[in-house]
Design a protein. Structure first.
Lengths: 416, 102
């Protein structure tokens, strides 16, 4: 903690999800002694988002086992949670924010952790469709669960074959629905993985009885009684009792833009998470930031990024000299398959694929640019994920020949 | 009700009682510092690392293969390391002591 006294200061955080909540608790660890106010439009005690399309969606559990922190923890750490309150404006000159009831709150330090919201594509008929929902919040899951209970025999159409779409497909299948995924590109996960991973997940879903249809541009939705017909540009059509829209996100940058903060594909921040305006920071899904390891500007949608940026911002706000320098990682769980990814694969020129002998769904894809390992996608193979992480961090060269040779064990010592 | 003792990196001792869920969830409920559980308990983040008291290791059992691999991400891994999201709260683990590595 620096000498500057902060016990009479107020830190206001907009957004109480992975980024905002972690920031609040890390501020206390970093020595912030002043007030901490955490605002979120969502009325729920903050919860983990990843289970919303995975375990939580496929169960009838309550949210309580998926809270980010217990209600007591906020009290204990003197963090004031203001849930169900939307922030409508920031005035960086007066250093106040305006809430949706027109009341104002002043701040000394402000953090935007506003994340993202689902992108709703302009498909004719989508607004009026029956049981058509995105999947980002606990309320979305409530809607989906209600529409799908009982699931047996119901037709579910998922628009978008990204991670959320595919995880939702697996969960809906588990509940007993007939599931179709409509993907506009010529493979699922096209934006984020190599074709070998797309092929694997396509087969996995087909083996589990989910229909994956590619090159499907949804052109209209017609509601018929309590159900719908989803029409595609190629003339195909799919009946749907429930439609889940998973075609990506829009970053919540409106507040920042209106306050004059620099925004470009997200709120621009420096290595300490500070925006272009003094005393205003931004963290998590809403940020556009520089990744030093890859020397690239990126916008990431992951728990890792939200948590790690929160930790850096907390220290920076308390006057410590820190910079954000993390290797991104991510996971996805579908059926009994666990995918773990580390690094950023964009720009790769070669993929080395390694299927471990005699172990069904256990393999890994190693993305290289020249001799440099950029990223690893590991399927049911935590060892590959961990070793990949180590090599990416250290920058040590991997011998690609040995990596591809199944006779050589997957160990750091043998791959160098 | 099964009781579990957590000892934090600063030496604070917290006795937690629960009936179900994972030991990570229990630790979060009691705000045990150092147990972050960032992935929500699906063995993907290794932020719920504990050292089981050697005498209690037969109660918790050893880490599974994927868990042991994930533990390798942490420099503080020892023979008695576990990711506590992978331990269920039950009578079987009543009375164990878990230390959060510093
Ligand atoms: C279904 C699903 C599955 C996912 N699975 C994974 C996974 O397996 N692994 C992984 O790493 N990541 C996963 N993610 C991504 C991960 O959840 C996000 O990266 C993470 O939630 C980002 O956290 P955040 O706090 O930056 O933003 P968000 O979680 O988007 O939270 C932003 C918060 O700000 C609030 N807010 C915004 N504007 C205002 C305002 N004006 N006033 C008040 N409140 C406001 C919103 O209500 C929201 O609660 C998944 C996401 C979803 C939706
Ligand atoms: S909570 Fe992530 S590995 Fe245990």
């Amino acid at each position: 903690m620096s000498e500057q006294a902060n016990d009479a200061q107020t830190c206001v955080i907009i957004g109480a999800s992975h980024a905002g909540v972690n920031l609040a608790f890390n501020l206390r660890i970093a020595g912030w002694a002043g007030d901490i106010l955490l605002f979120d439009a969502d009325p729920e005690l903050p919860y983990h988002r990843p289970p919303l399309s995975k375990a939580y969606l496929a169960s009838d559990d309550g949210l309580d086992s998926h809270r980010l922190k217990s209600a007591d923890s906020y009290v204990q750490q003197q963090i004031t949670l203001r849930l169900g309150v939307k922030v409508s404006k920031i005035d960086p000159d007066q250093k106040v924010i305006t809430l949706n009831d027109d009341s104002v709150q002043s701040y000394d330090k402000l953090v935007l952790a506003t994340g993202a919201r689902p992108l709703i594509p302009p498909i004719p008929g989508l607004d009026a469709a029956n049981n058509c929902f995105p999947l980002r919040t606990a309320a979305d899951v409530e809607n989906i669960r209600e529409a799908i209970t009982p699931a047996g025999g119901k037709n579910v159409v998922i628009i978008g074959g990204g991670y959320i779409g595919l995880e939702t497909a697996a969960s809906m299948k588990k509940l007993g629905a007939n599931v179709t995924v409509l993907e506009r590109e010529d493979r699922v996960l096209a934006r984020v993985t190599a074709p070998v991973m797309s092929d694997f997940f396509t087969c996995l879903h087909k083996d589990n009885g989910v229909t994956i249809a590619i090159r499907k541009n949804v052109s209209a939705i017609e509601s018929e009684g309590s159900t719908n017909l989803v029409r595609c540009a190629d003339g195909s059509e799919y009946p749907a009792d429930l439609i889940v829209v998973g075609v990506g996100i829009r970053v919540n940058t409106e507040l920042a833009e209106a306050a004059g903060l620099k925004v470009h594909n997200g709120i621009q921040i420096d290595a300490t998470m500070k925006t272009s305006t003094d005393d205003i920071y931004a963290i998590g899904d809403c940020t556009f930031h520089h990744n030093p390891h890859y020397d690239r500007w990126v916008r990431l949608e992951s728990v890792q990024n939200a948590v790690d940026q929160a930790k850096v911002a907390a220290k920076a706000i308390c006057g410590e000299v820190v910079v954000y320098d993390a290797i991104p990682w991510f996971w996805s769980d579908q059926y009994d398959v666990k995918l773990q990814m580390v690094g950023l694969s964009e720009g790769y020129d070669e993929v080395v694929v390694r299927h471990e002998i005699g172990e069904g769904h256990k393999f890994s894809a190693w993305y290289f640019k020249g001799d440099t390992l950029l990223a690893v996608d590991a399927v049911n193979n935590a060892k590959a994920y961990v070793i990949g992480t180590r090599f990416i961090k250290s920058g040590d060269l991997i011998n690609k020949g040995k990596l591809a040779d199944l006779g050589v064990g997957l160990k750091p010592a043998t791959l160098g | 009700m099964p009781k579990i003792t957590f000892i934090t990196a600063t030496g604070e001792s917290i006795i937690a009682e629960g009936t179900s869920g994972s030991v990570m969830e229990l630790a979060k409920q009691y705000n045990v510092s150092g147990i972050d559980g960032d992935c929500g308990g699906v063995c993907s983040c290794a932020t719920c690392h504990v050292h089981v008291a050697p005498a209690d290791f037969n109660k918790t059992g050893a880490a599974s293969e994927i868990e042991a691999d994930m533990l390798e991400l942490d420099d503080n891994v020892i023979k008695f390391s576990r990711l506590c999201c992978q331990i269920e709260v039950s009578d079987a683990v009543d009375g164990v002591t878990l230390t959060v590595p510093g």
